[in-house]
Ligand binder design. Structure first.
Ligand code: ZN
Length: 265
């Protein structure tokens, strides 16, 4: 409990997070950044042990994890993430083919559903979506949203491990947590900016949304959209940003992606 007072002092001082990837969302985040990791670690372990989610074992699915770590590392290697070394950026794949979603806890614990991986068509799309999710942690939208949803006091209790029952409830609600329109736009922008510095097609995430648009009358709308409200023209916004940066083309790695799908459970 001895950390509580400095923590609250920071809150009182108003830790202004000036969010970027060009836009400047003035926000007050009550948590010092190391608390994002503490909170993320708590909810991640509660989610994995206490919820019904089946997390694919990283020891048994080495090829799959090697592949997905490669995508994450390409993004981290751009050195554009302020919290590159503060957060663990741990990735886990959840075995559920009926959910086309991905999410990231505060502090960078990333979860991708097999349903999303099988829905996507190329590696740049997965990289784009992962970049988008990682941006929610990097820009601390996750802590903002959890504070809004669950209240600051509860989050403090979770960090200090004094409320285990609530922890599980929060952890299982994590995948349904939704962000605001500005946060969505910012995460899209980060995805483009980060992928721009890799060999990927920088608008990979836009490819995912175009696919949804094309198929929206035929299949269930991917769950991703229920937690990531469409900020309107997100495909156009991403393409505009890409073209303003110079419109450099990149790889989709479609064949490599198909090969990866073949060794998925
Ligand atoms: Zn989002």
């Amino acid at each position: 409990m001895k950390y509580r007072y400095p923590l609250l002092a920071s809150a009182v001082l108003g830790l202004i997070t000036l969010a970027g990837c060009s836009s400047w969302l003035g926000k007050v985040n009550i948590f010092p950044v190391e608390q994002d990791v503490a909170l993320g670690q708590q909810v991640a372990s509660s989610f994995e042990t206490g919820s019904a989610a089946v997390v694919l074992d990283s020891g048994k699915h080495k090829q799959l994890y090697g592949y997905i770590y490669g995508i994450r590392d390409s993004i981290l290697k751009t050195n554009l993430l302020v919290h590159k070394n503060d957060f663990p950026w741990r990735v886990r794949v959840i075995h559920n083919d009926t959910i086309q979603n991905a999410f990231c806890t505060p502090g960078g614990y990333i979860y991708v559903y097999t349903g999303l991986m099988k829905y996507l068509e190329s590696e740049d799309q997965l990289a784009g979506v992962m970049g988008h999710e990682m941006a929610h942690a990097e820009k601390r939208h996750s802590t903002d949203a959890m504070t809004r949803e669950f209240g600051a006091n509860l989050l403090l209790e979770l960090i200090f491990g004094t409320n285990k029952a609530q922890l599980l409830q929060v952890a299982t609600g994590l995948a349904q947590l939704s962000f605001g329109r500005d946060a969505e736009t910012e995460a899209d922008n980060c995805s483009v900016d980060w992928l721009y510095q890799t060999s990927y097609n920088p608008v990979g995430a836009a490819g995912f949304f175009e696919k949804i648009q094309k198929e929206k009358n035929q299949v269930n709308v991917p769950e991703f959209l229920s937690t990531h409200p469409d900020p309107g023209n997100r495909v156009a916004n991403m393409k505009k940003r890409w073209s303003e940066k110079g419109g450099k083309p990149g790889q989709t790695y479609t064949e490599r992606y198909k090969k990866m799908l073949s060794f998925m459970p």
